[in-house]
Design a protein around this ligand. Structure first.
Ligand code: NI
Length: 168
């Protein structure tokens, strides 16, 4: 297992929609590396495009926020139902130093495949529902910055450019 490099906004790869994984393709090593990368960065979710892999794979572990929740890996996840609305503040490992208030469905049902290619359906609410929607957004090339107004997004882009320049 290895810790992978997490791409950061405004890396254009993060804007590219990911491709469905062909059935039965073995992505178990990718999933292990994604878990290790996520835990290493102290995140609660990670999508494959964030580590430069354009495949529809996500991993989640929201147990730091909801201790009853277990870790979860999904291949080709799809939201099949949504219920309610809830606003919360979200951060992202690919979007440093930014929290964005985003309104999402408060409950979702997601279908997909386990790492062993078994069909799975996950009914989620609370932080897990939010995290699932956030990670599936990544698979469609959508980032938390896309929920900002154009003005705020420009402001953030300038701030982050300055920050990267200072680090070099
Ligand atoms: Ni994210």
């Amino acid at each position: 297992m290895s810790v992978l490099n997490i791409l950061k906004y405004p890396d254009p790869f993060l804007k590219k929609p990911a491709e469905a994984v062909p059935e039965k393709e073995d992505v178990s090593d990718l999933i292990k590396d994604m878990f290790e990368t996520m835990y290493n960065a102290r995140g609660i979710g990670l999508a494959a495009p964030q580590v430069g892999v354009g495949k529809r794979v996500i991993v989640l572990d929201v147990s730091p926020v909801d201790e009853t929740s277990k870790s979860l890996a999904l291949i080709n996840p799809e939201i099949v139902s949504r219920e309610g609305r809830e606003e919360s503040e979200e951060g992202c490992l690919s979007v440093p130093e930014l929290n964005v208030k985003i309104t999402r469905a408060s409950k979702v049902t997601v279908s997909g495949y386990t790492p062993e290619w078994e069909v799975i359906q996950v009914a989620a609410e609370g932080i897990l529902a939010i995290a699932l929607q956030h990670e599936i957004d990544h698979l469609d090339g959508v980032l938390i910055v896309d929920y900002l107004s154009r003005l705020k997004r420009e402001f953030y882009r300038k701030k982050i450019k300055k920050m990267y320049a200072q680090r070099m």
